[in-house]
Design a protein around this ligand. Structure first.
Ligand SMILES: Nc1ncnc2c1ncn2[C@@H]1O[C@H](COP(=O)(O)OP(=O)(O)O)[C@@H](O)[C@H]1O
Ligand SMILES: [Mg+2]
Length: 288
């Protein structure tokens, strides 16, 4: 099956989860069968969208849109069950305390298990994952690099046998730009922009990956610059607010220009004054 895999990363708090959900929603509305994947053991979307329990198995939350929550350990367990076939044997293997401890400390193993599952469709390896599009609400910057490095690291450590082979095929999928797409989210502010552009450079240098930069929460207003200026002359709270807004717009323009030199593809997402999670996600999706 021809699949598309999207990874969404960036500094904590910049809007990764909202952008990932918006992208997933947008693709599902185009008629594609989409799986939105959360990494870790806590679901953000459960509270955000007020959903019933989200777990390892995909839950359909809208037409064509499902959500799943994956940990490295759960991915590895499922994979072992798939390979070993005999459930009781797999259980014995994983319920062993020494084995569990090993899995969680073996360098890169949980990360490898997650990426093995994420890329299982195109590699036609492992349990079926019947979706056209996977959108991964991935780890923040540093941990994201560690995630991507895991297959290469494992392939170098274990050069021969099935483990080496799988690691190399996962790594190849991650670098295949027709298949895997990367979105680095930032705010139009100094520190997030610095972190985002450094990440873009690392992705390019270490993995030959050209990521898209998503500049989130751009203040947009239909009030003209002249209007903002004239309001500022009034010595009132509104005047102060107009001053703040104008400063904000000038600053984010500077940030945008600065970033433009370092990114090949950029998208601006407006700051929406929207309290309903689905409406916000739809609006963000429409701007993507
Ligand atoms: N474009 C936007 N306009 C308005 N609010 C946004 C926008 N993007 C994100 N938010 C809000 O910002 C907060 C942080 O977003 P979130 O996706 O949880 O960030 P992250 O996953 O990077 O930690 C959330 O409360 C979310 O609703
Ligand atoms: Mg998040």
């Amino acid at each position: 099956m021809k699949q598309e895999i999207h990874f969404v990363t960036g500094k904590g708090g910049v809007g990764k989860s909202v952008i990932a959900a918006a992208l997933a929603l947008k693709k599902s509305r185009e008629g594609k069968k989409v799986l939105l994947v959360e990494l870790g053991d806590q679901s953000f979307y459960k509270d955000f969208f007020d959903l019933p329990d989200i777990g390892f198995k995909p839950t359909e939350i809208r037409k064509n849109l499902s959500i799943a929550l994956w940990t490295g350990e759960a991915c590895l367990q499922e994979y072992a069950r798939h390979l070993i076939k005999v459930d009781s044997l797999a259980k014995l293997f994983f319920e062993n305390a020494v084995m569990r401890a090993f899995i969680n400390v073996a360098p890169g193993l949980p990360e490898l298990a997650i990426l093995g599952k994420v890329t299982s469709g195109p590699r036609q390896h492992g349990p079926a994952l019947p979706f056209d599009v996977l959108v991964v609400d991935a780890f923040a910057t540093g941990h994201f690099i560690a995630l991507l490095e895991a297959p290469k690291g494992m392939a170098q450590a274990v050069q021969f046998g099935p483990m080496g082979e799988q690691s190399r095929s996962i790594d190849a999928c991650l670098r295949n730009q027709d298949l895997s797409k990367y979105h680095v989210v930032t705010l139009p502010e100094e520190l997030p922009v610095k972190e985002a552009t450094e990440l873009l450079q690392r992705l390019k240098a270490e993995f030959s990956i050209e990521a898209n930069l998503v500049v989130n929460k751009m203040v947009q207003t239909s009030i003209s610059e002249a209007e903002l200026k004239s309001t500022q002359n009034e010595n009132s709270d509104l005047g102060k607010f107009a001053e703040y807004l104008e400063h904000q717009i000038t600053h984010q323009k500077e940030m945008w220009d600065k970033t433009q030199e370092k990114a090949t593809s950029m998208k601006a997402i407006p700051l929406f004054f929207e309290t309903d999670a689905w409406t916000l996600t739809e609006k963000v999706g429409d701007s993507l």
